[in-house]
Ligand binder design. Structure first.
Ligand code: PMP
Length: 434
């Protein structure tokens, strides 16, 4: 087997041999060797509650998903130029979860690849090149997606906004431009038109508007009602197509709906999927309309060596089965609401919780040093994450000020798990210094 090394030796070898930009989680890094459900186990067999991993969606190492992958690996793995049942079955099952016009599927190996391909589709369909994105968004790691990710291009090492990219302010009702009124969604949506006009002035027309259905890197932001309806109407009036990036939030996590864009009562032209789709196995997808798919028929074939292979499709099918059979979308809604209610109770007693927000099991708690002024408290968020880790609960932080506790566990997360978390968080927040 593989030699078992101590943490310090692994860290040293990472420094010597691996991507030098790669960070590790936590001050004292964890070496995780095994997992099950919502639990990660270190080499001493100590259990940690995973409240961060929205990839191992139906639970780490779900036996049904593992068995589906193992069986198909032992039977056949090929590319998609042979006929196979798994890929067409998956396309049928996936499109059955989506509104009708979203009926053509492209399978990829990651969220980045899905968003990259979607850009090609949008450009082929509109004959335009420009893209409007939401501030602080992340859409992927390829050169074209870094250009569409303010989180990267405006961050350390970033090269700033490219000329074909427009950026609109985050529709953040806690800190943003328009407050919390009922009209905020429409007002934020109206920022699309000036962003597209700005592109036009630079000689660039708008091919697409990329927007996550709940904003992840932006800090677990719930879009205000009416936001996408207004934005989509204006993007379409200008000839662009509308993309919902569901890479983080799709597949029932939002609770109320299977797809988080459905909370906004809109139908996108393109949806991109990743992370939870294969419960940790690398697969991604683009789903679009027959019209847009037809525009992509230019004579050039799109072929993806690993995308849509029988093993990936067997795994993705098992994920859909488990979500349905274990009623995990309903669980996400029920436990998510319980968790948010519990956090709001803690907010009554702990001045540092400025806002609790979320949908289903995609939740953020924004930590502030002064509730009235809403001053972001990055250090507090960091300290809370470390103190919770000491109590074997894994969280992370997010948002432009890195002060939002990010909660997005596998959606098998139970009410008992939520109670344990809330109890420990109460203890940590009650300590003089967590
Ligand atoms: N879109 C969103 C919203 C994401 O959160 C991510 C990954 N964090 C991606 C796209 C890129 O996915 P991947 O890492 O699978 O390429």
């Amino acid at each position: 087997g593989v030699p078992q090394r101590g943490n310090q030796e692994i860290l040293q070898l990472r420094r010597e041999l691996l991507n030098p930009t790669l960070s590790v989680s936590y001050r004292e890094p964890l070496k995780i060797v095994r997992s099950e459900g919502i639990w990660l186990y270190d080499q001493q067999g100590q259990a940690y509650m995973d409240m961060v991993n929205n990839v191992c969606h139906v639970g780490h190492c779900h036996p049904r998903v593992v068995a589906a992958g193992q069986a198909q690996m032992a039977q056949l793995n090929t590319n998609t130029r042979y006929l196979h049942d798994n890929i067409v079955e998956y396309a049928l099952r996936l499109t059955a979860t989506l509104p009708k016009p979203l009926s053509v599927v492209f399978l990829t190996n990651s969220g980045t690849e899905a968003n990259d391909l979607a850009l090609r589709l949008a450009r082929a369909h509109t004959k335009a090149r420009g893209v409007v994105v939401v501030d602080h968004a992340y859409h992927g790691h390829s050169p074209s997606m870094v250009e569409l990710s303010p989180y990267k291009f405006n961050g350390k090492g970033g090269e700033g906004r490219a000329p074909h990219v427009g950026v609109v302010a985050m529709p953040d009702t806690y800190r943003g431009l328009f407050g919390e009124g009922p009209d905020a969604g429409r007002q934020y949506g109206q920022l699309l038109a000036p962003a597209m006009a700005g592109l036009h002035q630079r000689g660039v027309e708008t091919a697409a508007f990329y927007c996550e259905s709940l904003l992840g890197c932006g800090g677990q932001i719930v879009l205000p009602q009416g936001y996408l309806a207004q934005a989509y109407a204006d993007v379409r009036a200008a000839g662009g197509v509308c993309l919902a990036d569901e890479v983080q939030v799709g597949f029932g996590r939002a609770g109320e709906h299977f797809w988080a864009f459905q909370c906004q009562d809109v139908v996108p032209d393109i949806v991109t999927l990743g992370k939870p789709i294969g419960n940790g196995h690398p697969i991604g997808a683009v789903v679009t309309t027959p019209d847009i798919a037809a525009s992509f028929i230019t004579g050039m074939e799109y072929f993806n060596t690993f995308g849509g292979n029988p093993v990936s499709c067997a795994i993705a099918l098992a994920v859909l089965d488990v979500i349905a059979e274990e009623q995990l979308q309903a669980n996400a809604q029920c436990v998510g609401n319980f968790l948010m209610d519990g956090l709001r109770d803690l907010q009554q007693r702990h001045e540092c919780i400025g806002e609790v927000r979320g949908r289903g099991l995609f939740i953020g708690a924004e930590l502030v040093s002064e509730r009235g002024a809403r001053t972001p408290d990055r250090q507090k968020a960091k300290d809370v994450v470390e103190a919770m880790k000491d109590r074997h609960i894994l969280l992370s932080t997010e948002g432009p000020d890195d002060n939002v506790l990010k909660i997005k566990p596998p959606i098998v997360f139970s009410q008992a798990n939520a109670e344990e978390f809330l109890d420990k968080l109460d203890t940590v927040l009650s300590a003089e210094r967590p």
